[in-house]
Structure formats: C-alpha cells, structure tokens
Design a protein around this ligand. Sequence first.
Ligand code: HMG
Ligand code: MG
Length: 308
Amino acid sequence: MRTPQRVPAGGLPDEVTIYEVGPRDGLQNESAIVDVKVKAEFIRRLVEAGLRTVETTSFVHPKWVPQLADATELLAQLDLPDDVRAPVLVPNERGLDRALAAGVREIAIFASATETFAAKNLNSTVDEQFAMFTPTVQRALAEGLSVRGYVSMCYGDPWEGDVPIEQVVKVGARLVDLGCHELSLGDTIGVATPGHVTALISAFTAAGVPIDKLAVHFHDTYGQALANTLTAFREGVTTVDSSAGGLGGCPYAESATGNLATEDLLWQLNGLGIKTGVDLPKLVETSVWMAEQLGKPSPSRVVQALAG
Ligand code: HMG
Ligand code: MG
C-alpha cells in the first residue's frame, strides 16, 4: 500500500494520541441499526490496528439514540486487552448506573456551549445541564472512574450562528472545575477555520486550562478538519478525536457530518513522522469492511485512495 514520504516539520509533537470515536460518534448517526456482533468486530479490528483509546458506545436514553441502545450487550461481547481505554458517553446518573453495571472504567460527559443545542440534545438549558452533570461526575470520580468532558458547538451553531469564544470557555472551564481530566472541544458542525482554532485554544489556556488537558474534535463538513487539527498540534495539543472511515455526525444537529477520518489524519501524521502506534493499512481494511456492512462507501479520501 502506498505511504507518504516522511518529511518532518518543526513545531509539532513527536507523538499524538488518537481518540477513536467511530463506534460511538460514527454509528450513532447511521440510519441503519448495526448488529451488535458487527459493532464488536469493528472495535476488535480497531484495536488490532493499534488504536488504544476507543469510545465504544453511549449510555444515553435508548429512545434518543436507538442506534446505541445495545450498549450493555455490546460491552458484554468485548474482550479488550488491558492497555486499551474504552470510554463511553454518559449524560446523567441513570446513564452512569448503566455504565457502572456494565463494568465501565472511563466515561465522557457532553455539554453544549449554546442554549439551542442544550435543549435539542439534552432537553435542558446550559445551566441545567450542569445540574445533571455535577452529581454524575461526583459519583463517577468517587467510584474511581476518569471523566472526559466534551463541549459541543464550540465554533458555530446551526440555529444560533456564531458562538462567542467567552461563552465556550465558560462552559469548558466549568467542566474542568467539576473534575474532568480532559476537555474535548467539539466542532459539531465542522465550521471551524484555523484562526478560530488558535483563538479558542489560546482563550482556554489564558483562562487557566492547561494545554495538556485539551483535545480537539472536528467534524469535516466543510473540509477543514485536517487543517484545523494541524493548527491545534502547532498550539501544543496532542490528543485528537477521529473516526475510522470518517463515519459520524450528531442525530440532534442536522448539519453535522462525519468526523475527521482517522485514515486521513494518519496519512498526514505518517508523512510528518509523528508517532501514533496505528497501522494505516489495517485501518483501511477495517473501514472498507465496515463500509460493506453499512452498504455505502467510506467518505474518507485516504480510504478511497488506498482501497482501490
Ligand atoms: P429526558 O427525556 O429529559 O430524560 O432526556 P429524563 O431525565 O426526564 O428521564 C425520562 C426517562 O428517561 C426516565 O424514565 C429516565 O429513567 C429515562 P421513566 O422514569 O420516565 O421511566 N432515562 C434514561 N434511560 C436510560 N439511560 C439514560 C436515561 N436518562 C433518562 N441515560 C437525556 C434527557 C439527557 C437522557 C436525553 O436528552 C439524552 O439521552 N440525550 C442524548 C443525546 C445524544 O446522545 N446525542 C449525541 C451525543 S452528543 C454528540 O454527538 C456531540 C459530540 O460528538 C461532540 C461534538 O461533536 O460536538 C460528543
Ligand atoms: Mg461529534
């Protein structure tokens, strides 16, 4: 399989952590409900390709996201190596109960920076979401779990338009104060551009959130995800969310499309000589296999180029 010529560039990390969201962010947005055995095989293959952090599913209300209603069953089918982190989304205490019963050790809560998306995605206001998260995170930490926090609509909202940077930082800083060990800045509808990325990351560090707590999460709606990710690396971020094959979106934000494809990211990182521990040909094989299961081609440019 073709590989990029390795030519490192300055001002970039030696190594980055890929936080794979395909099984969760990808499959939550598929109109077809994927069989639980296929999901388990997908996760097994992602791990086999070298991914060491895989967000596997969500313990949200099964009526809100029927695609992931089989979360308990799925986790019971997984037999992951000890060095694999397998976080799940949890919105509230009911979700935490279910996650704990399934043996989960790591969760992610997900906040909205805007009122409209908080209403549509969590049936709450921006303030009310914290009333839901506070007892959830407190209990999770007391149980020894680690908690990631997402902020959605960081760069724009399909109903409200521009989102002020201070508004995003306020929500994100509250998540860190609650005890989240990491904050993933979500470009839910893929509208960010590099200057905006730099400005948001700088605003977070100026507000006292250390750079090593920040992760980036770009959807690729406007083809900006890779440029934005490279910008974040230059700012010192070393954890990036991506989705095998470019699967993804959010069922409560119509304009959200797939995440940055893990293969597109890997092509760039391999060319730059940045270590990830992930095997690109194996991942491409996995995404080709998954595309067959879903009955449609992968939107990833690198999968398309390498699969032929
Ligand atoms: P609600 O209807 O307001 O819930 O939904 P409620 O608290 O009023 O409870 C109603 C009933 O639901 C109760 O049952 C609860 O027990 C039950 P009853 O007493 O009536 O029999 N219930 C649950 N059952 C199972 N699991 C649960 C659960 N919670 C309540 N966890 C709620 C509020 C938060 C639950 C709902 O809005 C929800 O599930 N939302 C999730 C939406 C979602 O998953 N969106 C996609 C993920 S976010 C995303 O993709 C963005 C991201 O990728 C970053 C980015 O791109 O920006 C992370
Ligand atoms: Mg997302």
